[in-house]
Design a protein around this ligand. Structure first.
Ligand code: ATP
Length: 205
């Protein structure tokens, strides 16, 4: 049975924090591939054009043969729900054990996701600690355990582990704000992504 990981997100734009998480997952768990899954219609966000987000993902991931960018979400109309994505991917990759890579902030919201209880049991969760106001690793673990308990109350059992990765304070919203303010984003995103953003004048005021 092959082992694959999905890394879902808006990636508006992709940044070094995302890349570090995916690379950590590749080394911590015996997964063959990380499938980057940009949301076509993110349910709770407005985002830059899908084509731009995908192009930046492709530029940033092309040097790593274990990374692949999926555009499967373009095939569906309406909101991009994670469960639909996993069901579709399972049909494309039968006989696969699935992992889902997620930041701690996003994992906290799992019990409220559309059909979250079902999805929670369909894959193992690889959780990247994230600065949510000064948490350390022990607090990250505590937050994950609270999510597990919440789901247990609904008779849902989940498998999860924290990714052993340094905390990175960078976020896409920070990058967008720096761009709006005309400030430098060098060293926050891969250099070729920065050039792409500059060329297409993304996130300017
Ligand atoms: P925004 O700031 O616009 O909310 P983001 O930086 O959180 O964006 P997303 O594309 O929404 O980026 O994130 C995709 C996934 O990566 C989410 O699960 C998110 O929690 C996680 N993630 C993003 N940046 C980090 C980071 N610096 N550390 C840990 N997890 C992260």
């Amino acid at each position: 049975m092959q082992q694959l990981a999905i890394f879902g997100g808006t990636f508006d734009p992709i940044h070094w924090g995302h890349l570090l998480i995916a690379e950590t997952a590749l080394h911590q768990v015996p997964i063959e591939k990380v499938i980057w899954m940009p949301s076509f219609y993110p349910p709770h966000k407005t985002a830059a054009l899908f084509e731009h987000r995908v192009a930046m993902l492709q530029i940033a991931t092309r040097e790593n043969p274990a990374f692949t960018v999926s555009q499967i979400e373009t095939k569906r109309s309406g909101n991009s729900y994670a469960i639909d994505t996993l069901i579709e991917l399972s049909a494309c990759y039968p006989n696969t054990h699935w992992y889902w890579i997620v930041g701690l902030d996003t994992f906290q919201t799992l019990p409220r996701w559309y059909r979250g209880e079902e999805l929670a049991q369909m894959c193992d969760w690889l959780i990247a600690p994230r600065l949510l106001g000064g948490e350390n690793i022990t607090q990250s673990e505590l937050i994950c355990k609270q999510v597990r308990q919440q789901l247990q109350k609904q008779s849902v059992t989940i498998h999860w582990q924290l990714l052993d990765t340094p905390l990175v304070g960078v976020s896409s919203s920070l990058i967008r704000k720096l761009c709006r303010d005309g400030k430098s984003i060098r060293y926050l995103v891969p250099e070729e992504v920065r050039s792409y953003m500059k060329f297409h004048e993304l996130y300017r005021r």
